[in-house]
Design a protein around this ligand. Structure first.
Ligand code: NDP
Length: 685
């Protein structure tokens, strides 16, 4: 029986009524699902996200939302077998599905972990340092970021129905913005199953995720300034959508990731027989055939030094001949069909355009043997390699993206020419360079970077460990300028920022501290009553301050520290030499001694809630200290971030060492882990 795909809108599942169409298995051509568009009023869908999902997500801290992503990833991990099973129908082999399904779940895990490590356990993200705006320091500025209060509309492409869904959700949910997801129709059945399992898991608050199969109806008409659109697909659709009057009128954020002509370039040093040559050939073959070349990051232009063109052609043909094409369910099959017959027709049309200026060396129309599949019912296409002798005069090879197993080999004569050829793509997602020569790498990277979102440089030293040309990484940006859409996804917190509004707040240090939840120099120093190291996490208040007694720094201290540490730098040891130094004009204490002495001044030594010191941030030595001078230290609780699951929280202490004239000697943040539990017999000191 054919499955009728459902949308999940305003808290319930239902089957659409308009424009029904059948979706077919890419290999057998059998109808596996029917999808129809909903005739619902999309204004209500947006309102449901804004009024139900948004408030529930914003009530959580960044850490709570990160924990939610982790639970979601675990739930999906347990259900991945059925996703893998259904994924075969899209034409994906098991290895292809691993990129889509495990790649998507892995992205959720990655954002869950970044959310805890890099965002505070609060609802406000404090961006950057305080800006001093007045001479006396009584008026300052601080950027803070809060979640946008609208909906994130995610429009996904057909080629990665699960990864596309989860990578976009990772950023928007972590930011605290509810999503309305529209999957691409040809593979909507797989996205629908993933969303169904997410909703059933109960991990997300109601309204945090809605699914619209089929069309988005009048949704765009109702977008406002708090909504965000994130689109993946063709440049043509992106152009049409970003020109929608509501997007223009309301300055709706529009993130696009579109077609891209990506290059893989062999360096002049990488002659046949060199490891880089072999790695290059493997990479081009892999990128042509993984997901049957239906990847926005796939290699479309393979550039080689003209002298190696024949050898490269031969090696690539030999590599492609090894690729078994057929039913993706069979283990020996390395490449399945395209997602649909319509997609194959489109790719064939584009190959025909490319052939006007490049000769087809291998591939279409020769389908040859198919493993376990029927050539008439499946959307099969053999990998097609073209060769373009005059790339400078050509147009199509730089402009036409045949979204299938299609690549053009291109000879180049010099590095400047190679750079110019990559730039003809008018903005690309990713290109790669295979070279062992760092001068070549530098020239190419500096020449290509302004036209690319990501560049991969592979030599013999890293070929084994390389994550590959085609794989976007959660911590690195995925997107590119110009034709590639001009957007950025992933890139760690960078993508989360798309869903937050950054606002500059100006006021007194005290007000800024209250609003941001982070103590600022000049704000009130609170008397903790006891040494702050005696206070468990929850009792510590932002602003709790400890001021130490004074300590004299003697020549003997300097001598002893020098011999203990082995740091006998002349500025600490030799008065005459140190006097010649224009910064010091005489012997000075080691900066690291001052840090150690400061710890000796501020620490409370008894067993207590402070579990450990895990680092220092932003250390600056401001003024040297000479023997005979006196130092003291101020320690103020600056920021707190609870790690509830661990039973402790991170506490950042604003720390300032000053001298007998109240001049700042050094300033830094001390990072500690503080238990949530009081120590029963702890004595105040
Ligand atoms: P489209 O641009 O047609 O579709 C991409 C997404 O946009 C789909 O979800 C589609 O839904 C949706 N969409 C289309 N029209 C509208 C609209 N008016 N309003 C709202 N949403 C809309 O790309 P295709 O998937 O058809 O692929 C075509 C070509 O795009 C490929 O051959 C390839 O060249 C390129 N592409 C690039 C990708 C990339 O990652 N850079 C990924 C996929 C494709 P629906 O499916 O229901 O039409």
């Amino acid at each position: 029986m054919t499955t009728q795909l459902q949308s999940y809108l305003r808290g319930r599942w239902f089957v659409g009524q308009r424009d029904a169409q059948w979706l077919r298995d890419a290999t057998t051509g059998q109808v596996i699902a029917e999808v129809a568009s909903s005739s619902t009023a999309f204004r209500g869908v947006l309102e449901y996200a804004r009024e139900t999902g948004g408030p529930a997500l914003r009530a959580m801290t960044f850490h709570e939302r990160a924990a939610m992503l982790k639970r979601l990833a675990k739930q999906l991990q347990e259900r991945r077998d059925e996703l893998y099973e259904l994924s075969y129908s899209t034409g994906a082999t098991k290895a292809d599905s691993w990129l889509d399904i495990d790649g998507g779940i892995g992205t959720l895990f990655a954002y869950a972990s970044r959310g805890v490590r890099e965002l505070p356990n609060s609802r406000v993200y404090v961006d950057g340092d305080v800006e001093r705006l007045s001479r006396a320091g009584g008026f300052v500025g601080q950027h803070i970021c809060l979640p946008m209060e609208g909906a994130a509309v995610h429009i996904n492409a057909f080629n990665f129905p699960v990864w596309g869904l989860l990578e976009k959700l990772s950023s928007s949910l972590l930011a605290g913005v509810p999503a309305i997801v529209k999957p691409a129709t040809p593979t909507a059945y797989l996205a629908e199953l993933a969303v169904r399992r997410i909703i059933e898991s109960g991990v997300l608050p109601e309204g945090a995720l809605q699914l619209a199969c089929g069309s988005l109806g009048d949704l765009f008409d109702h977008l406002d300034c708090q909504d965000i659109v994130s689109f993946t697909g063709s440049a043509g659709t992106a152009q049409k959508l970003r020109a929608h009057p509501a997007i223009i009128r309301n300055s709706v954020r529009f993130i696009a990731e579109t077609d891209s002509i990506n290059t893989c370039l062999l360096g002049p040093d990488a002659a046949p027989g060199q490891p880089e040559f072999d790695a290059y050939v493997r990479e081009v073959v892999r990128e042509m055939t993984v997901k049957a070349g239906q990847k926005c990051t796939a290699i479309r232009k393979a550039l080689v030094p003209a002298a190696y063109a024949d050898a490269a052609l031969e090696a690539l043909q030999a590599g492609l001949q090894q690729i078994v094409v057929g039913d993706p369910r069979l283990e020996r099959v390395r490449m399945g069909p395209l997602a649909s017959l319509a997609q194959r027709r489109e790719v064939l049309g584009r190959i025909a355009e490319l052939r006007r200026e490049a000769e087809l060396v291998t591939g279409e129309p020769d389908l040859g043997e198919l493993a376990g599949a029927d050539r008439d019912s499946g959307a099969f296409l053999k990998p097609s390699l073209l060769y373009c002798r005059e790339p400078g005069k050509a147009r199509a090879i730089h402009a036409i993206e045949a979204f299938g197993p299609v690549c053009t080999l291109i000879p180049y004569a010099s590095l400047p020419e190679a750079i110019a050829l990559t730039r003809r793509g008018a903005g690309s997602l990713v290109s790669s360079v295979f070279t062992a020569d760092d001068d070549v790498a530098t020239e190419l990277v500096l020449g290509m970077a302004p036209y690319h979102g990501r560049l991969l440089v592979v030599g013999r030293d890293c070929a084994q460990e390389s994550t590959g040309h085609g794989s976007p990484m959660p911590g690195l940006v995925h997107g590119g300028p110009g034709r590639a859409g001009g957007g950025e996804e992933l890139g760690g917190l960078r993508s989360v920022m798309h869903y937050l509004q950054r606002t500059a707040i100006q006021g007194s240090p005290q007000t800024i501290a209250a609003v941001s939840g982070r103590w600022v120099r000049g704000a009130k120093e609170l008397d903790p009553g006891v040494h702050p190291f005696r206070k468990p996490f929850h009792e510590l208040r932002i602003g709790d301050t400890f001021r130490s007694a004074e300590r004299e720094v003697t020549s003997e201290d300097i001598e002893r520290f020098a011999h203990l540490s082995g740091d006998t730098f002349y500025a600490h040891m030799d008065e005459a030499e140190a006097a010649r130094n224009p910064l010091f004009g005489g012997r000075v204490a080691h900066g690291y001694f001052l840090i150690s002495a400061a710890a000796g001044l501020f620490v409370n030594p008894s067993y207590g809630p402070v579990l450990g010191n895990y680092g220092l941030n932003d250390l600056r030595f401001v003024k040297p200290v000479k023997p005979g001078e006196r130092i003291m230290v101020r320690l103020t609780c600056k920021q707190k971030s609870l790690r509830a699951e661990k039973g402790w929280g991170e506490v950042t202490w604003d720390t300032e060492i000053s001298n007998q004239d109240a001049e700042t000697v050094a300033a830094y943040d001390v990072l500690t882990m503080v238990s949530v539990h009081a120590v029963p017999d702890a004595e105040s000191s």
